[in-house]
Design a protein around this ligand. Structure first.
Ligand code: ADP
Length: 259
């Protein structure tokens, strides 16, 4: 089996259901009650106990993740995440796909998982363009593990040779210089997470992304922006629909430039 590795990321061609890792991610649908593709393969290999546990979970929203045991799989856990259906890029698909990887990794880490395998979420029945999805997957995982040393290994399991080639090419890109669009995605993902965790809606979300992305030089600065804004939202006890004032944004950018 071909394999490409750095010290914490592996890209392999194969079947996710036979991976010996602490957890495998499942590209599930919102009901969590089983489907085709990788979901079907995981349920077949895990046995009926998996579906039984999934029935108790009350489904899962797009971009979010839920955990179950792995039953007859070699993996101890399955992290079920629901990828976005591709709708020509106009429905926050990039941000939601990044959220799938980030939320799966966060949940995995909270459950003590140190090694995890991912399929190419959303690239089958949900129709996400493969290369674009691979970029988001690799970049989001790289960003996450760079700030989470407890995650020892992430394996991308590619179903087929073409998929494997695309992941390898993505992996070899120079990640020191993130293209601005990916930084914009990172900022949008941080905003989405802030909205979800504080149960708010940021009215000027798109404007913030447009204004902040050119000021951000790398993923550390994007993260620093997310942390500062999250702190501001928490301290000012914002609720419901809200707008982040200009002067707050300016202060955060100023602070970010010092990092
Ligand atoms: P989605 O509905 O999120 O698009 P799919 O299951 O249709 O999910 O496809 C997601 C990806 O999983 C596709 O790239 C598909 O080729 C791949 N895939 C299907 N079966 C397996 C498997 N057993 N192991 C790893 N990847 C798989």
């Amino acid at each position: 089996m071909p394999e490409q590795t750095d010290d914490r990321i592996s890209i392999i061609m194969g079947d996710i259901t036979i991976q010996h890792v602490d957890a495998i991610a499942n590209a599930a649908n919102p009901t969590l009650l089983g489907g085709g593709g990788v979901d079907g393969a995981i349920h077949r290999a895990a046995g009926p106990g998996l579906l039984e546990e999934c029935r108790t979970l009350g489904g899962c929203r797009t971009g979010e993740a839920k955990i179950t045991k792995g039953y007859n799989l070699p993996a101890r856990f399955v992290i079920h995440t629901v990828g976005p259906v591709w709708r020509k890029g106009g429905k926050d698909e990039d941000v939601l796909l990044a959220a799938c990887y980030r939320n799966s990794l966060t949940l995995a880490e909270l459950s003590g998982v140190k090694t995890i395998a991912f399929p190419a979420i959303s690239t089958g029945a949900y129709g996400f363009p493969y290369e674009r999805a691979a970029n988001i997957a690799v970049w989001t995982v790289r960003e996450f593990i760079s700030t989470h040393p407890s995650m020892e290994r992430v394996v991308f399991v590619c179903h087929g040779e073409k998929a494997y080639r695309i992941y390898c090419e993505t992996f070899e890109k120079d990640w020191a210089d993130h293209p601005e669009t990916l930084l914009a995605e990172a900022i949008a993902a941080h905003l989405l997470m802030i909205e979800t965790s504080h149960n708010i809606r940021i009215r000027n979300r798109e404007e913030i992304v447009r204004r902040i992305a050119p000021a951000v030089k790398n993923s550390i600065q994007a993260l620093s922006f997310g942390i500062s804004l999250n702190t501001w939202v928490a301290v000012s006890r914002m609720t419901g629909d809200m707008t982040v004032p200009d002067k707050v944004l300016l202060q955060i950018v100023e602070q970010m430039n010092k990092t």
